[in-house]
Design a protein around this ligand. Structure first.
Ligand code: HEM
Length: 488
């Protein structure tokens, strides 16, 4: 084939060059997005944007570094997908609370991690459908309901798993004594998600292919099937049992369920008003998807909170002693219960300080559902807005000596001095974590039981400070956490 009448080339080579030129033009156009909006940010590289940075430094390292350089509002790219990173408390307030109706949804970059089955689970659903599901599930997490559910009190991953199975399925799982328990094995398999994998990479480069790429299962399907089966048989048990014999999330969701419920898998429902949902309860599919999603949303953050809290106590023996004195005074030799851990004020302060220093989630994210303006910055519909949690938790403007572990920041006298919208481990606003109360309750009970019986100390293998696994979405130690428990 002759090119511009100047020289000849085989046609296949011309086609390849044209495809490359097209792809380059595509990525350059996409990555000029923030230039068109006059928003500053680091220069992206074609196709990858700043993904190479995220893989090398993790979300946390990238956010800390870039926010220091570019300030409180700048643009970055996950591949070709623009993400506005905001760390100004007023902007956070606007996105999460004041203009919630313009930022109701989570971005596709988060949803792509879950297969279609989770289209009816509360963290992934959108608009009015989210309002409906959240309103159905909120009562399930009320203080009164939690009082009746939390019966188990054991350790870390196994503890969290046991507590989850107990609260969600009403099922006792001996995962601490039996690490081969299928619940443990499958929970670990299902949750093994990294920052970037092939599915996210393809989506980040070609976000227009969202619907197609979404079909590729990402969470380990075998593990999801296992939990689906477990939930289905638990549902069947509930149907045969006398009403009132179960007191777990599953039962509460079933109570919000009507047999004649239309199948929520119908995507058209997304477009109807909230009022239309109000006429029905939860369908089987919604109960299933949410029960499994609770397992997935709970396991890693809660067990990592316990792991980091133990690390903080082992490296701050004075805090540990003060905490043990409080536990002994309030509980004596009694087992921790919903009621007796309620008054553990110093415990709550220590949990909060651990969450500040080691927030299990590193970013909050919302997608603009309409054009809007955020503190003078034009936000077009579809732009993802992200909040770097860890940057907010370490910003010296809001926290004195932010690298120091100091539970007293959260004392009743000091709590009111914390600048609003700077402490965000559970997010903030109507779409914040539904399981906040449960997570804090579990942490208080687990640590109280531990301190009644053991002193937590470092061992020669303890990494101080712990290296973080930058490839993970959840904050977790790279090389595990080695601590010693000395019986008292
Ligand atoms: C230490 C433990 C936990 C941490 C740090 C944590 C943190 C978070 C964060 C940061 C969000 C996003 C909030 C936002 O976008 O504003 C979230 C959402 C959510 N969490 Fe948690 N979480 C924890 C435990 C739990 C537990 C125990 C459950 C349930 C049993 C749970 C269920 C959920 C659900 C369903 C959502 C989505 C809410 C919605 O979209 O309406 N989480 N969590």
């Amino acid at each position: 084939m002759e090119v511009l009448g100047l020289f000849s080339m085989p046609s296949w080579l011309v086609v390849i060059l044209m495809v490359i030129a097209f792809l380059l033009m595509y990525t350059v156009y996409k990555q000029r997005y923030f230039k068109r909006l006059n928003i500053i940010g680091p220069t992206p590289i074609p196709f990858l944007g700043h993904m190479h940075h995220m893989v090398r430094k993790g979300f946390q390292g990238t956010d800390m570094e870039m926010t220091r350089i570019y300030g409180k509002c700048y643009g970055m790219f996950l591949g070709n997908i623009p993400q506005l990173i905001v760390s100004d408390p007023e902007m956070i307030k606007q996105v999460m609370v004041k203009q919630f109706s313009a930022f109701t949804n989570r971005p596709n970059t988060l949803l792509i991690r879950f297969s279609k089955f989770f289209d009816s689970a509360v963290p992934t659903v959108q608009g009015d459908y989210w309002k409906f599901l959240r309103s159905m599930l909120n009562p399930t997490f009320s203080s009164n309901k939690l009082r009746n559910q939390i019966l188990c009190c054991r350790l870390f991953e196994a503890f969290v798993l046991d507590a989850m199975c107990c609260t969600i399925f009403g099922q006792q799982v001996e995962s601490q004594r039996n690490p081969n328990d299928p619940f443990v094995q499958n929970a670990k398999k299902a949750l093994n998600t990294g920052l970037v994998d092939a599915k996210i990479l393809i989506f980040a480069i070609f976000p227009e292919l969202y619907t197609l790429i979404r079909e590729i299962p990402m969470l380990n399907q075998e593990a999801v099937d296992f939990f689906m089966q477990a939930t289905k048989s638990a549902l069947a048990d509930r149907r045969q049992a006398q009403s009132g014999s179960y007191n777990d999330f599953l039962q509460l969701m079933i109570n919000a369920h009507k047999e004649d419920g239309t199948d929520a898998d119908d995507r058209n429902e997304m477009n109807v008003g909230f009022g239309a949902y109000k006429k029905r309860g939860m369908t089987d599919l919604e109960v299933l998807a949410n029960a499994i999603m609770f397992i997935l949303s709970t396991f890693d953050p809660t067990s990592n909170l316990l792991i980091f809290m133990s690390y903080c106590l082992a490296t701050n023996q004075d805090v540990q002693e003060r905490l043990r004195t409080e536990v002994n005074k309030e509980l004596g030799k009694n087992k921790p219960t919903y009621d007796n851990v309620f008054n553990l004020t110093y415990m709550e302060m220590t949990v909060n300080e651990t969450l500040r220093m080691y927030s299990p989630l590193q970013r909050l994210a919302r997608s603009a559902v309409q054009d809007t303006v955020l503190c003078g910055v034009k936000i077009p519909k579809g732009l993802d807005v992200c909040v770097p949690i860890q940057f907010m938790h370490y910003d010296p403007k809001y926290w004195d000596n932010p690298h120091k572990f100091s539970p007293d920041r959260f004392s009743p006298e000091n709590k009111d001095k914390i600048h609003p919208f700077t402490f965000l481990p559970f997010g903030v606003g109507p779409r914040s974590c539904i399981g906040l109360r449960q997570a804090i309750l579990e942490a208080k009970m687990a640590i109280a039981a531990l301190l009644q019986n053991f002193r937590i100390v470092t061992s020669p293998e303890t990494e101080i400070p712990p290296k973080m696994d930058k490839r993970k979405v959840i904050t977790c130690p790279m090389n595990g956490m080695y601590l010693r428990l000395e019986p008292l």
